[in-house]
Design a protein around this ligand. Sequence first.
Ligand code: PLP
Length: 381
Amino acid sequence: MNNSKIWLSSPHMGGTEQKYVQQAFDANWVAPLGPNVNGFEQDLETYLGNNVKVAALSAGTAAIHLALILSGVQRDDVVLCQSFTFSASANPIAYQGAIPVFIDSEKETWNMCPVALEEAIQENIANGKKPKAIIVVHLYGMPAKMDEIVAVAKKYDIKLIEDAAEALGSTYKGQKCGTFGDFGILSFNGNKIITTSGGGALVCKTDTDKQRAIFLATQARDEAPHYQHSQIGYNYRMSNIVAGIGRGQMEVLDEHIGLRRANNKMYQEIFATIEGVTVFTEPNTNYFSNHWLSCMVMDEKKAGVTANQIRLALLESNIESRPLWKPMHLQPVFKGTAHYGTNFSETLFQTGLCLPSGSNLTSEDKTRIKVAFENIFNGKQ
Ligand SMILES: *Cc1c(COP(=O)(O)O)cnc(C)c1O
């Protein structure tokens, strides 16, 4: 039997990507601007709807950095950030010399708890430090409780940045993730739901913000025949070559979301009769997850095995899995940072696993996954 590595999430090309890349070569648009960049931005604007304006950038991390700058975040400002996330959500706070304050998750969506968020805002205001921005994340593709989060941000008039790096195509009450906040960010890194090999985008509410983002992303050049600069700029623009990959990927995005959602169903079926294992899925029909990664959490006593034992057993069958993301307030690099809410994210980290979720899993891969789990739980329950 084929025993090649089954990955958590690997690039899945649709077939037309090379056509767009070839066009870029043919026209010699091998630069951080060109028709593919404009075309990819238009595709994303159409896809997301809600009249958003999109700036294509070199990475999702760059998009978060620019969102913070455009939100007016400066040195020593407080930024409230979801703790249960990937480090790229929080690192740009440090790039700005600002102070991250981490907010724990609620149990339904695993994302930012609106109650803990409001508590953090009130305490920081009481201490004379009104937060400058909020970074909410739709982790693993699951939409956060956006009605509540948006309401809190509005109530206190604080800029809302939505990290939708893992959630392109997910919706909350029919509206696409990334379009709720003052800014949204997307990632097209190699492991994301669509990829440009590396890249990201900033989703803006106005064309003015989009143009500001592009200005900052292209070294903040003043209008002049010579190189003139009145402020610090960045080299964050997406190249016309990789934007071509993005245009091809947009053609298969919805199909790939369907495949990822089918993976989630498969895991629900695998664990339907197994005690102590819960497959993470939407709390109700307001939420539509792209199920970028399917995740499970365990009650280890009931299951008879630990998450770590499962991870190692899968590895023996050459199947990748990974603990759920380690919360930011527990990361050595953010030691001593303020943290609000329960420690639910730590429980997730200790008892959960991300499972192979690619839209390119073959039926043979799926059989190998099923058999591996059968062997793991055989005789344990
Ligand atoms: C991948 C990711 C990012 C960063 O995106 P890059 O394009 O890799 O810079 C940010 N936030 C989350 C939640 C991510 O998963």
